[in-house]
Design a protein around this ligand. Structure first.
Ligand SMILES: NC(=O)c1ccc[n+]([C@@H]2O[C@H](COP(=O)([O-])OP(=O)(O)OC[C@H]3O[C@@H](n4cnc5c(N)ncnc54)[C@H](O)[C@@H]3O)[C@@H](O)[C@H]2O)c1
Length: 433
């Protein structure tokens, strides 16, 4: 252990990050910046070749944060797992999606663990960062990575540390976001802390890997449940003829005991719609039903249909049927100013509108095509006049949206994000969520 700690302290340790996507790439950049030799290991040839030429493919990581380290020979990428033979530290950032029946799909973690095990050696620290259910590190990874030769806490050091990256956040990045870490043994925790202390300002140790896994699920369940609550508040407020956004903004002036969450067209991205279901799945196996999670999932996944219901009502007020109407969906990404369309509610909104016979187009400066998502649509020119459509639905409020032009040109708007509040002009034709 002391040899490994010495290598980490002197930055001689070779760090390999498995999975160089939204989570792995910023991490690779931080370790390179701190002076470590870093290799990104990924199946994706495109990412490997871009990183090897010093180019970024993730908006939050500027190319300037990668290129100098690639030139200096400190940073590279490969798809060959044999690189793990010379790794001192291995950080696993592979995806943890759900399968078709909404159960955890652990294929990527299992494959990464298999690669590590096949190339394992003494004095290796391994950290799992992928979001997952409590017990994954000890139940799934530890048996593969320990044994007579590799005693945990003596020869091999295994920990879990959840990633908290918030794509597009201009204030909190990898370095200044406190990092929670739990080790399988106290020595495992000590080595992982020594490693991360080079790149993270504040570390938050917890007693076990299970606690660290649960921290991440609490954080994301907290958001999913609160968003579910305000989505239901939005539905209830409309029934009462009240503007839900006005209510929430006014409630948010209370300086204590209230934290504002805002309703929207549904959850998106790789985390909030998925992570809580990892927890409810795990609990089902223990004969416990995670009721808040399941209720929030029901409400949140019903929001795209609610948006289409509001859109139908708005058109109806203008004596227009949905069938045959020209509808423009503004924003395909799941949140503002990113290009990520994973789980984006815009996709479901578009599908439901098409099912009702609308002629649907979309505008999104960040998302050129939805072919890969199975929708035969290309983004229309952002300068297209909004007046060409019977209805414009604001699903994502990218900062590029010219709100004044939208308000002036569109004959009818459904603003699911309250994006047009405060924009001067007549708003008789604007509907809210
Ligand atoms: N994106 C976020 O905002 C975010 C935030 C916090 C936590 N997380 C969690 O982090 C994990 C990774 O998410 P992401 O958004 O970075 O995913 P991603 O899809 O952007 O990147 C994952 C990468 O892993 C690669 N990969 C998969 N299996 C591999 C294997 N066995 N060997 C080598 N490469 C492999 C893929 O090719 C891909 O490039 C997930 O568990 C996610 O829940 C994501």
């Amino acid at each position: 252990m002391s040899a490994l700690l010495e290598k980490i302290a002197s930055k001689q340790a070779h760090v390999v990050v498995i999975g160089i996507g939204y989570v792995g790439l910023p991490l690779v950049a931080e370790f390179a910046r701190a002076g470590f030799r870093v290799t990104g290991l990924d199946y994706d040839d495109r990412k490997v070749s871009l990183l090897n030429s010093g180019e970024s493919y993730i908006p939050d990581v500027p190319t300037g944060d990668l290129a100098p380290h690639v030139t200096a020979g400190r940073l590279s990428a490969t798809r060959d797992p044999k690189v793990l033979r010379e790794a001192d530290a291995v950080i696993v950032c592979v995806p943890t999606p759900l399968n078709k029946t909404k159960e955890p799909d652990m294929r990527h973690i299992i494959a990464a663990a298999g690669d590590i095990a096949a190339n394992q050696h003494e004095d290796m620290v391994i950290v799992l960062e992928s979001t997952t259910y409590p017990g994954t590190t000890t139940e799934l990874l530890a048996p593969k990575l320990s044994g007579a030769r590799f005693e945990l806490g003596k020869k091999v050091f295994l920990s879990f540390s959840p990633e908290r990256v918030d794509p597009g956040n201009q204030v909190y990045k990898t370095k200044n976001t406190p990092k929670v870490i739990g080790g399988v043994t106290p020595a495992c925790l000590e080595v992982a802390q020594a490693l991360y202390s080079h790149i993270i300002d504040k570390l938050v140790p917890v007693s076990t890997t299970e606690a660290a896994e649960m921290v991440k699920l609490l954080e994301n369940t907290f958001r999913a449940v609160n968003i579910g609550l305000v989505n239901e508040v939005a539905i209830m407020s409309r029934r009462l003829g009240i503007d839900p956004f006005e209510v929430i903004r006014a409630a948010a002036t209370k300086p204590f005991g209230f934290m504002p969450f805002y309703p929207g067209p549904g959850l998106g991205g790789h985390c909030i719609p998925i992570d809580p279901l990892y927890l409810s799945w795990k609990l089902r196996g223990l004969q416990y039903q995670a009721r808040f999670i399941e209720l929030a999932d029901t409400i949140n996944s019903g929001m795209p249909a609610y948006v289409v219901e509001r859109a139908t009502d708005a058109l109806n007020d203008q004596r227009k049927p949905m069938r045959g109407s020209k509808v423009l969906v503004y924003g395909a990404a799941y949140k503002r100013d990113v290009s990520d369309v994973r789980e984006s509610p815009a996709l479901t909104v578009i599908e439901l509108l098409e099912k009702r016979g609308a002629e649907v187009a979309y505008m999104d400066p960040y998302v050129r095509s939805l072919e890969e998502e199975g929708l035969h649509l290309q983004a229309i020119d952002p300068k297209t006049k909004f007046s060409e459509y019977d209805l414009v639905i604001v699903v994502t409020d990218h900062s590029a949206l010219d709100k004044a032009r939208l308000l002036a040109e569109a004959p009818l708007v459904l603003d699911t994000r309250d994006a047009l509040r405060g924009v001067p002009g007549d708003r008789k034709h604007v509907y809210g969520l």
